[in-house]
Design a protein around this ligand. Structure first.
Ligand code: NOJ
Length: 555
């Protein structure tokens, strides 16, 4: 890089970026645990809360500040626990409330905060409320807790409107007496009626139940879907699109959802002011998303624009600038994420011929990602993410560089999206495969019996934790070093100033650290007078030049 091109920090078009992080979550690195795939304590092949407790030291040593657990509540598991039958208890496959309390206490004693998942848009069809609603019949107060409607057509044989389920197929199911109920997701996930005060009161009670136990916050599932437009009109798009497609239509991002979160904010405030809510809201454009993090609502909202943009310098620059500016306009910090349990792991997405593509799962018949290239880009993208001001989320296994499982046989798939789309959508099982802990044990040490609810690909052996701990260039040690340096340098609470952004290169400073990412095909000269604090790969900097698909922090 020639010195004249990097000298003066350019100010972003929106002015210098400055946000204050006075609360723990403002700059926290938060690790997502998908409980059924993290670690199995009891040997049934499904991860559980005992397994989480047993591996808290691993997480502490990784250097994260908090964990978020996907649902472990009582559930028939029609959607891997996002179909809750009892919000105040633990499903036996994950353990007991006592296991939860032990896990929470152990996490807290290590200085790790704990966020749990809250699933308010829908219950399971096995929830007591829904069972009672079916029994009580049309016009009953029980049915008013959900969205039951008469059908259209001469005999009500057509669904009440044209909405489609996010998982494919119609968003309505007809019950025996002829009424229909709405489910934006699976048939087994009836949507609640959030205009009913009883629903509001019930969920405030559920929040208190977990706050009383000591949780530090909630990740709010489908936070943009709770209120539907009055009258449930037909949607122009027909489909209830989600996950990367934007969310427009009468079922998404209605103004009324914000009243709910103002109420929740007030509930959390009763607990001393450091509990938090993070929105899973697939909302665009970004200024709509920032409405969820206004001062009296939630504390964080996942930045899915950043996640979905792919290995794309210009797109990432845009996503970073707009998130910083829009969140700053409401006084909020920013929240970055690259992978979670609903999307193809970024190490695999970035290894596709088009690294900006957004497949809904990858099967053996699809283009297979290049593992090495994908991992290089993933490590570079993670280094970029950890250099940004705000909070960053890690999805379990990304610190090991795990790829998506792209050759799972169809007959063992579990994701309802695969079945509801007749296999058109491969679904999300490939990112949910159990973690490898020890290369030479059955199920790579996931379970003491060697059982595993989904089979692991053989490459997980090389990537097992025991193969990476203490190995200087491993992805695990790279993550540890990056998180330690991020903390030492205060990057999460810093500001950024752009130096260069082209289609091939991003270069900015944060708190005296220069961050350079090479998206191009050629090596790029680095500035003189600074040396590498950490690089995304051992070979990232050669002869003073940053190699393609690599990133570096300099100071
Ligand atoms: C978003 C969750 O992350 C996903 O896993 C789930 O299927 C849907 N919401 C429905 O709850």
């Amino acid at each position: 890089m020639k010195s004249q091109t990097v000298t003066q920090p350019a100010v972003s078009p929106n002015g210098p970026v400055s946000v204050s992080t006075t609360s723990w979550w403002g700059d926290a690195v938060i690790y997502q645990i998908y409980p059924r795939s993290f670690a199995d304590g009891n040997g049934d092949g499904i991860g559980d809360l005992v397994g989480v407790t047993e591996h808290l030291d691993y997480l502490k040593e990784l250097g994260v500040d908090a964990i978020w657990l996907s649902p472990f509540y009582v559930s028939p598991q029609a959607d891997a626990g996002y179909d809750v039958a009892d919000y105040r208890d633990v499903d036996p496959i994950f353990g007991t409330l006592a296991d939860f309390d032990r896990m929470l206490g152990s996490a807290h004693s290590r200085g790790l905060r704990v966020i749990v998942d809250m699933v308010p848009n829908h219950t399971s069809n096995a929830h007591g409320w829904f069972v009672a609603a079916l029994a009580a019949g049309a016009g009953s107060p029980e049915r008013e807790l959900y969205l039951f409607r008469e059908g259209r057509g001469e005999n009500g044989e057509l669904p009440p409107n044209n909405w489609q389920s996010v998982f494919g197929g119609p968003a309505w199911t007809r019950v025996e007496d002829g009424q229909w109920y709405l489910h934006l997701f699976d048939t087994a996930q009836p949507d609640l009626n959030w205009r009913n005060p009883a629903v509001i009161a019930e969920f405030e009670g559920i929040l208190r139940f977990w706050l009383d136990r000591g949780v530090d916050g909630f990740r709010v599932d489908v936070a943009h879907g709770l209120i539907k437009q009055d009258g449930l009109p037909d949607s122009d798009a027909g489909a209830a699109v989600m996950a990367g497609s934007g969310n427009f239509g009468p079922m998404w991002d209605q103004d009324g959802v914000h009243d709910i979160y103002r109420g929740w904010n007030a509930v959390l405030a009763e607990y001393g002011g450091d509990r938090m809510l993070v929105a899973e809201a697939w909302v665009s454009p970004p200024d709509r998303l920032s409405r969820y993090v206004r001062p009296d609502e939630m504390q964080q909202a996942f930045n899915f624009e950043f996640m979905t943009i792919g290995w794309n310098a210009a797109g990432l620059r845009r996503a970073i600038d707009s998130a910083l500016a829009d969140n700053r306009s409401v006084g909020a910090t920013t929240t970055w994420v690259l992978s979670n349990h609903d999307v193809v792991r970024h190490s695999s997405r970035f290894g596709l011929a088009d690294p900006t593509s957004w497949p809904k799962g990858i099967s053996a018949d699809d283009e297979q990602p290049l593992i090495e290239l994908g991992l290089s880009r993933a490590r570079a993208a993670s280094l970029l993410m950890f250099a940004l001001p705000g909070s960053a989320y890690i999805f379990e296994g990304e610190e090991l560089g795990l790829p998506e499982h792209t050759t799972l046989p169809d007959d063992i798939r579990q994701d309802p999206a695969f079945y509801r789309t007749g296999g058109q959508e491969v679904g999300r099982d490939g990112c949910r495969v159990p973690l490898p802990w020890n290369a030479h044990e059955p199920s790579f040490g996931f379970s003491p019996t060697g059982r595993s609810w989904l089979p692991q690909p053989s490459v997980f052996g090389e990537l097992a934790v025991d193969q990476q701990v203490g190995v200087a260039d491993s992805t695990l040690e790279f993550y540890r070093a990056a998180l330690a340096t991020r903390r030492e340098r205060g990057l999460g609470g810093g500001d950024i100033q752009w130096h260069i952004s082209t289609a091939e290169l991003l270069h900015f400073s944060n708190s005296g650290v220069r961050v350079v990412v090479n998206f191009g095909r050629h090596p790029v000269p680095l500035p003189h007078g600074v040396s590498a604090l950490i690089a995304s790969e051992p070979d990232a900097v050669l002869h003073g030049e940053l190699q393609p698909n690599r990133a570096v922090w300099l100071a």
